[in-house]
Ligand binder design. Structure first.
Ligand SMILES: Cc1cc2nc3c(=O)[nH]c(=O)nc-3n(C[C@H](O)[C@H](O)[C@H](O)COP(=O)(O)O)c2cc1C
Length: 351
């Protein structure tokens, strides 16, 4: 069991790297309105934001990927170096492996060792007990805990879970009793208004929409199966843009955007749709593999500069201000919004 879990982690890394980068996150259906007189200065644009009352110097963060194997420890160490040098938050991959086998604790704890003062996010599946969740937090001295939802992945995975009753109650218990704020995140299948209502109803106040369009765990598990039986589920779920739009009007929940974020324009559109932070996983792993830690540091630095550029262009100097910038929704995403009764006319006027 332990070996197969370790092999699965390494398969995920290998298959994520060898799958084509996403492109179906629907951000191309969203367009900012160009303003010839923005009345902004680039040096006045500020990237400060906060999630769950925690101040972040940048909305960009490195989303959950790995741990639980020697190769994964090295990746975590290098991601933590990049996070430390750029001041971004970093989530570790699911810590289940280390809860089962304490010898693997170091493969996660390394991120705290490398980055003692940074924002670290712990990670477990959403069925976790309160006790396990608290142990995961303490393992990396986390500032936040992510609970991930990945039902399609489990179902396509031959050895995956088949029992999903009681998950909401399990999440509620963790949210009420652990020592940090909790983020409930999807892993790339997106969310909808109904899910937000369920989560808000049990007291969840931070949600990562984890939309479709980037790393695709149906594709990855299909390739692990070898037979590709579930290929028709490749497009399952809501894209990241649609998932953010589904949250329109939702109050009292800090939204995080992730899944198929390609560049700073996708980040800016996410923030305009109300996200307070933007997570990137697969693309950072790719940069790390091809260009090393320095490449990741340079990429994140450049994303920060480009985000400020876009803010200057659209006439706002704060992350919060982006939510008042007009954004026009077109194409299939517009059709989705019309069918679901989401007010895109207001968005086109910055409301
Ligand atoms: C190799 C790999 C491993 C991952 N493992 C986890 C995990 O253990 N827990 C989790 O919540 N998400 C995991 N994810 C999902 C990411 O956090 C993210 O939700 C997803 O990859 C979509 O973002 P992206 O398109 O930027 O990659 C993993 C992603 C990758 C690429």
């Amino acid at each position: 069991m332990a070996m197969s879990r370790e092999k699965r982690k390494l398969d995920h890394i290998r298959l994520a790297l060898s799958s084509p980068p996403g492109g179906g996150s629907d951000f191309d259906d969203l367009q900012f309105v160009h303003r010839s007189l923005p009345e902004t200065n680039l040096e006045d644009c500020c990237l400060n934001t906060q999630i769950g009352g925690l101040a972040l110097s940048s909305p960009v963060f490195i989303n959950a990927m790995t741990g639980g194997a020697a190769a994964a420890k090295e990746i975590n160490q290098r991601l933590a170096e990049a996070a430390r040098e750029t001041g971004v938050a970093l989530a570790v991959g699911s810590q289940r492996a280390a809860l089962i086998n304490p010898e693997l604790v170091d493969t996660y704890r390394i991120v705290r060792k490398v980055n003692p003062h940074g924002i670290i996010i712990a990670n477990l599946g959403a069925g976790a007990s309160v006790d396990d969740a608290q142990r995961a937090i303490e393992m990396v001295e986390a500032n936040l805990l992510q609970l991930h939802l990945n039902v399609p992945q489990e179902l396509v995975m031959p050895e995956g879970d088949r029992h999903f009753k009681g998950m909401l109650a399990a999440i509620q218990a963790v949210v009420e009793r652990v020592s940090t704020p909790v983020i409930v995140k999807e892993v790339g299948f997106g969310m909808c208004r109904e899910t937000y209502t369920q989560l808000k109803g049990i007291g969840v106040s931070i949600v990562d929409v984890g939309g479709r369009g980037g790393t695709n765990f149906v594709t990855i598990e299909n390739r692990r199966r070898g037979k590709g039986e579930y290929e028709y589920l490749t497009d399952w779920g809501q894209s990241t843009a649609v998932s953010l739009l589904e949250a329109k009007g939702l109050t009292g929940v800090d939204l995080i955007s992730s899944g198929g974020i390609r560049h700073p324009l996708d980040m800016a559109k996410s923030l305009a749709l109300g996200a307070k932070a933007v997570g990137v996983a697969g693309p950072i792993l790719r940069i790390l593999t091809q260009q090393g830690v320095q490449g990741v540091i340079e990429a994140i630095g450049s994303w920060h500069e480009q985000l400020r550029t876009i803010m200057t262009l659209v006439g706002t100097e704060s992350v919060e201000g982006l939510t008042s910038v007009p954004l026009v929704v077109t194409g299939k995403t517009k059709q989705w919004c019309e069918a679901r009764g989401i007010d895109i006319r207001g968005l086109a006027h910055g409301r």
